[in-house]
Design a binder for this molecule. Structure first.
Ligand SMILES: *Cc1c(COP(=O)(O)O)cnc(C)c1O
Length: 847
């Protein structure tokens, strides 16, 4: 295994011709330096932790106690490697990258850690000898859902890749006390429950009570004359302070001794550190204030498509950015005394605009604390920062009212004004007289209430700005950032997203992983392009049979889960048609549902026709305040209710909405999918990563030419993917020309019937007008995402899917070719590109 990793590192970093990756590294750092670790010693360690850490006997221990004891044993193993890795980064004075993200959708840690440390089999043996069920115990671990969806999950995949490659990469975020809400259905409606994920404690984290930074809010700015420097200086005074306290989570790489760090900040009252405050007399008020400031890290905002115009959200953003930068600079100063050398040792990636305040905050620290002159401060800042854009939807671009900044962050507002002033000077110099360009490019927007455009600030303050798929990057250059691309010609680059093969194949689909290992070895786990060796096996009937048997068992397991959780019986031999992702109009769950209803109507008209039986599986959460998305959830559940209880339909169609889509549910559903629905309106999905996970597990994609679907088609070949609908150009052109959904409504009898059933209350007889707003969005309100325009082609394409599925052997061939050609979509590839082309960092290879 060591030499495989070695080979991978070489291939990932072959661009560094001077790089010397020696075998010695693995000799000194290899995994098995816990020579004492065998099944017996594991059992002893577990029993010791049960006794001394959990304080229970095997007789009184609950399964959760056992979970904790096991987690502590693994944590000990991580701690050793972690401290060594961190020490090595210091010793080598490595350049580090800091991935700043308001979301990390990590999923469970227990199995992942065992696999990454290469101790899974030994633990299985030990647990079975202790009479414990790993399956039962795994289910007791809460799924830390500190993210909404794709953006947060990407951050988690990136951490896994950085640790595996050996890059000195740190995650920074907020330790939300309540993560993403838990979704339940009552009468088919989404109901949000608080996710109290820390209720039973968190064995994976290390609280760092001593790593504590003050974060300032409010107050005012006082100008003074700095005699020494002979220029003006600024004091930010009379602020309200909140303390940020660090909690560290070790992030192990796969098959390596590297363990990186994810540092999450929790808000603590500054009053705790000021006894005088309590002694002043108003004890109750003091406790109240304390709670108020600690509210800052209470809850994750559960919306990933509309920015939260709420003061608390801005406070969260600044809180996390300020603490992280103080920590980054402190770490740099351990080994350096000239702050001007920062860009040689620090790269900071902004995951969307949420952490953009890091740019003016870095400026403020360098100006006001280190007293560097403006132009130097600006150069340093730009060299350090890079920004990833995740969306083109105009309503999703973050802006903040100037008014709020004046009150909350007055010094930052001054700095942003100055950045804007210097920038617009350049613009007017380059485009003399072009007032329109100034208006369009300004950081300050004047439409409506005066506001700060965070995307512009992030763009101007970064040396590289990236999109997350080829098409998305192209659209960035030609639409939202066209002016900026002209002004800064080489700043926009593409970094197509990826997923970690450790979580999404090796762990999620152990049987398929095993089958692959038997044929091509296991190097693919750290070098996903190795899967290309499966291409000839797609023609091997024996391999196809085994591949299909595994898919069948995965489907059986999911069917059992659905039976147990939802009391619903599904046919494990039907085609599993899967759409799992956040519920949003642009992702077009409704288009899928129109197909379901049309299909249902066909069955009712001709129940004895020979059809491919289908099980349509939905999962996904809606933002709690997103009215139409929540109504779509209710509609899916209502359609499911009608279809699943109609005796005429029998085994031909079932509709299932699995509640609470999170990483654990993704891991259950994805390996069982036959068909992957990636049907967003072309030009709206930046990349998608669900599409990659499903294809890697042998689902065929039905999709539009949107996001990374375009590149998936390039990789798997157009015969092995079902593409339908308008291209992004056609969508833009249609919009230009004027789009009228009624043309489709009146022009397609089948479609009209489906839409009329929705509006007439067919699916909800006791509240017959409830779905009228769904009908209206698709008709009276203009059908913004053009479902009706793509409908007919989608139906044709689905019919083609059925035809192909009838020939199981041929379907399996195509599915295998999907798996075989997914190498490009490893997040190891993505991260290597960031490391090389944006961060200019290299793996740390101890000598
Ligand atoms: C991968 C993933 C997503 C992103 O899915 P898309 O289809 O790319 O939107 C969202 N949520 C979870 C839990 C995921 O694992």
């Amino acid at each position: 295994m060591l030499t495989n990793t070695l080979k991978y590192l070489r291939s990932a970093f072959k661009h560094f011709s001077h790089e010397t990756i020696t075998k010695d590294y693995f000799v000194t750092n290899q995994m098995n330096n816990d020579s004492s670790l065998n099944v017996n010693s594991i059992k002893k360690r577990i029993k010791d932790h049960l006794h001394y850490t959990v304080a229970k006997t095997p007789r009184t221990a609950t399964d959760r106690d056992w979970f904790n004891a096991i987690a502590y044993v693994i944590r000990d193993l991580l701690a050793d490697r972690w401290m060594t890795t961190m020490g090595e980064y210091y010793r080598r004075d490595a350049k580090r990258v800091y991935y700043l993200s308001l979301e990390f959708l990590m999923g469970r840690t227990l199995i992942k850690s065992m696999l990454n440390l290469g101790i899974y089999d030994k633990f299985c043996q030990a647990l079975s000898e202790l009479g414990l069920s790993l399956e039962t115990i795994t289910e007791l671990e809460p799924d830390p859902a500190l993210g909404n969806g794709g953006l947060g999950r990407l951050a988690a995949c990136f951490l896994d890749s950085m640790a595996t490659i050996g890059l000195p990469g740190y995650g920074y975020s907020i330790r939300y006390e309540y993560g993403m809400f838990y979704q339940r259905f009552y009468d088919g409606f989404q109901v949000e429950h608080p996710d109290n994920w820390l209720r039973y404690g968190n064995p994976w984290e290390y609280p760092r009570a001593e790593v504590l930074y003050p974060v300032h809010f409010g107050g005012h700015v006082v100008e003074y004359k700095d005699e020494q420097l002979g220029r003006k200086g600024y004091h930010w005074k009379e602020t309200e302070d909140v303390m940020a306290m660090a909690y560290d989570t070790p992030i192990p790489g796969y098959g390596t001794a590297n363990v990186n760090n994810l540092r999450l900040w929790a808000a603590k009252s500054s009053r705790d550190f000021d006894l005088g405050y309590f002694n002043e007399g108003n004890y109750i008020k003091a406790v109240e204030d304390k709670n108020n400031s600690e509210n800052l890290s209470k809850v994750l905002y559960p919306d990933d498509t509309t920015p939260m115009g709420r003061e608390l959200r801005l406070r969260q953003e600044y809180f996390f950015v300020s603490a992280s930068l103080q920590d980054i600079i402190r770490r740099y100063l351990v080994n350096h005394d000239d702050i001007r050398g920062l860009p040689a040792k620090v790269a900071i990636q902004l995951n969307d605009t949420h952490p953009t305040l890091a740019i003016p905050e870095m400026m403020r620290l360098l100006l006001d604390r280190y007293h560097l002159p403006w132009s130097e401060v600006w150069d340093i800042t730009i060299q350090i920062f890079a920004y990833t854009n995740h969306t083109l939807l105009p309503e999703a671009l973050e802006t903040w009212p100037i008014r709020l900044f004046e009150r909350l962050l007055p010094r930052h507002l001054q700095i942003i004004y100055q950045i804007n002033h210097e920038f617009l000077k350049e613009v007017s110099y380059r485009y003399p007289g072009d007032m329109d360009a100034l208006k369009r490019m300004s950081i300050i927007g004047e439409e409506g209430e005066k506001h700060i455009r965070m995307g512009h600030l992030a763009f101007i303050g970064s040396h590289k700005v990236n999109g997350v798929a080829k098409l998305h990057t192209h659209l960035m250059k030609t639409t939202i950032f066209a002016d900026f691309d002209r002004f800064f010609p080489n700043r926009i680059v593409n970094k197509t997203n990826g997923i970690t093969p450790r979580r999404w194949l090796n762990e999620a689909n152990p049987e398929l992983a095993q089958l692959i290992n038997q044929h091509i070895g296991h190097e693919w786990v750290t070098d996903l392009n190795q899967l290309k060796q499966l291409i000839p096996l797609a023609m091997d009937t024996h391999f196809r049979t085994e591949f299909q048997a595994i898919k069948q068992r995965n489907k059986q397991k999911l069917a059992e889960f659905i039976q147990k959780q939802m009391g619903l019986t599904i046919n494990p031999h039907s085609l599993f048609d899967v759409q799992v992702k956040r519920i949003h109009e642009y992702k077009r769950q409704l288009l899928k549902l129109l197909h379901v209803i049309a299909h249902y109507n066909h069955i009712r008209v001709d129940p004895h026709f020979d059809r491919v039986p289908r099980t349509v599986i939905f999962a996904g959460k809606s933002a709690p305040g997103y009215f139409i998305a929540k109504l779509i959830i209710k509609l899916i559940n209502s359609v499911a209710d009608v279809v699943n209880h109609d005796p005429i339909v029998n085994e031909q169609l079932k509709v299932v909405f699995i509640p609470n889509y999170d990483v654990s549910n993704a891991v259950r559903i994805i390996p069982a999918a036959d068909l992957s629905e990636q049907i967003s309106t072309a030009g709206t999905e930046a990349s998608g990563t669900g599409n990659m996970k499903l294809a890697l597990n042998g689902a065929l994609t039905i999709g539009t030419l949107d996001g990374a679907n375009v590149e998936i088609r390039e990789e798997v070949g157009e015969d092995n993917i079902f593409i339908f609908g308008m291209t992004s150009e056609q969508v833009a052109e249609r919009r230009q020309r004027g789009y009228n959904p009624w043309d489709y409504y009146h022009g397609n009898q089948e479609l009209k019937q489906v839409l009329d059933m929705i509006s007439s209350g067919y699916f909800c007889r006791d509240k017959s007008t409830i779905f009228q707003p769904v009908f209206d969005t698709l008709t009276h309100n203009g059908d913004r995402y053009m479902l009706l325009a793509d409908y007919a082609d989608y139906i044709n394409c689905q019919n083609h899917v059925d035809e192909v599925y009838r020939n199981q052997d041929d379907w399996n061939r195509r599915a295998i070719l999907n798996v075989a050609n997914m190498g490009k979509f490893s997040s190891d590839r993505t991260i290597s590109e960031y490391a090389h082309e944006i961060w200019e960092i290299k793996p740390v290879i101890p000598d």
